[in-house]
Design a protein around this ligand. Structure first.
Ligand SMILES: [Zn+2]
Length: 72
């Protein structure tokens, strides 16, 4: 797999950031659930949802971009 396209690089970078942020929130959410800290669980839930959406969108953007790509 060879990325020589600036847009590919940008999209992968966005996806990596979204995935990392999502994972961080998943861990925080899990900890709060284990500690039965419902205030934190409630506060994190919308953030977790947003980041899941962001990750999905970033993943989809990569698929769409790659589908439109000229063969290397
Ligand atoms: Zn590309």
């Amino acid at each position: 797999m060879q990325n020589t396209c600036a847009e590919c690089d940008r999209l992968w970078d966005e996806y990596t950031q979204a995935k990392t942020a999502h994972l961080t929130v998943i861990v925080q959410h899990h900890k709060a659930v284990v500690q039965k800290d419902s205030a934190v669980v409630d506060a994190i839930a919308p953030l977790k949802y947003d980041l899941a959406q962001r990750e999905l969108k970033a993943r989809r953007a990569i698929s769409e971009h790659e589908a439109a790509h000229e063969p290397l």
